[in-house]
Design a binder for this molecule. Sequence first.
Ligand code: ADP
Length: 613
Amino acid sequence: MKKIHKKQKEAGTYSILQNVIFLLREIAGTKPFLFVLIILEVICSIIAPIIGIYMPSLAVELVTDQADITGILLKLGGLGGTFAIIQGFLSMAAEGKYYLYNDMRMHFQQKLLFKSLHCDYVHVESKEGMKLSQRATDGLSCGDQAGTSRMLVAVIELAVSVLSFAIYSSILAELQPIVVIVLIAISLVNLILYRHAQNYEHEQRDSVADLNQKLDYVENTAKNIRYAKDIRLYNMSEWFLEIREKLTTSYKKLQNRIQNRFWGVTCINTLTRFLRDGLAYGYLIYCVINRQISINEFVLYFGAITGFAGFVGSISDSINWLRSANLQMNDMRKYLDLMDGGDAEPEHPAKLSEAERISIEFDHVWFSYEKDAPFVLQDFCLHISEGEKLALVGVNGAGKTTLVKLLCGFYKPDRGEIRIGGVDIRQYRKEELYKLFSAVFQDLYIDPFTVAENVSMALETETDMERVEECLERTGLLETIKRYPDHIHSYMNKSVFDGIVLSGGQQQKLLMARALYKDAPIMILDEPTSALDPIAESETYENFHKLTGERTVIYISHRLASTRFCDRIVFLKDGRNTECGSHEELMKLGREYAEMFEVQSHYYQKGGDFCED
Ligand code: ADP
């Protein structure tokens, strides 16, 4: 999508080392104790196996040298005791670290949530943004398989394997350097095969994210109380189940294709490992038979070969793990980096005007949502004076909501400029710009908080209760709310609490009270009355009009009668301002506004009292 800054496309492609450093820095900043556990685990994981292979060799040596029993017991007991203590430390570190891994995962999930709440609106609404968000979430939502946990596991395993590899190589090189070379060569083959399977998995991740997104949609919609009535009345349950069945079938097929590749690689790896160990042990037996090494050396080398092969395998495994964890880390960072390019704040932000009345200007604005899509707004020009009450009307799809999205800074125009108080809105910091608007949109957005909190959008402790009551009174909802035992302290919705449920129209009144409470200099009503009948809509608009005082207000509606009272009406068609004037002027003009008004007024009584036929 073209609205995503070019820099962002390059973001999220960090090397393994860069991501490991990033992760370690985050740990240092949030969970420094995890470092202690990691270091403890690395040290213990190296020492424990060395004692493990040295002990049997020592035992054989002591027995063959006919050492005295006290000496044997002291030496072996001392070594066994050290082994037990190290094992104890190891399990302590292993237990504690998983708890902290989970903490780290939640720390990053919190970052993703913060990102989703603060990122540019374009990322929330665009397909690309949704996909990036889904992939970032997928990479963190799988417990121990989360990218952050896997990366830490792999780093520890790699450190242990590389250091142990060096120690075991020096032991085995004394026997025969070629043994070391053969063991490494066979393990490299395994590494390359595994990498192929992993690349295939990586190539499929867009399809996996796409299917996950669709499955989430089906599951969430099926459980959403807003759709529950339609689902039952229109017998949509079968349809939902069928879609889910199709999606899960595709998902299983895709996962099977990926799994089959890994199984193939696992089979080949098992065979090559069998070959590798066979050759090495065969050689050792040959050396013993030919008396090139003693029995206790045989025991030591036998243990060293077993361990060495394991460590070469774990180096390749941990590199593979690092690579796949790195993909998950990059998915996460790609989403976290989104804001750095497209949402850059102005270097020298403009100060917000303190004035109660503020002007708005659209200056030759062009806009399209997609790169090659037709323009939704075409050379749109409009000046709204301080305190003006303006109506934006037109058929559905004319571009009314798009204008509001641009005005609020959710999207940026392709060409042209939008000015508020004479200042290009790009000069305002986003947070500051948002302070300018009290808007009520078509989508009803009520949280499972108390009524008062839903009006103030703050905790009750930070809410001015008198003002809440005043705003509810002004939108005509206070009486209804007072009927509930907890009044404005009643919880709302059934999603979290057993709260109160308001009708569609009552919810819209609540949202208008929210807009009044915020008391911003620009108010926008973007058809929040669609759930009301035309008379109620008209009354609500006129009542709201009385409440707006000196503020600049934009009313949007496709029911032309609702906005007749406005100072000026702009008729929007295909993203162009085609007619502009008062209701009377536009009616006199006799063009599309007048035509549409005539058609709509057919449904209402003549004379201005809007009653349905
Ligand atoms: P109105 O509010 O007048 O009904 P909108 O501004 O919502 O119209 O839509 C104007 C046009 O932009 C429509 O053709 C609509 O399909 C398109 N549109 C709206 N939102 C998006 C989006 N997020 N992505 C792509 N196209 C969109």
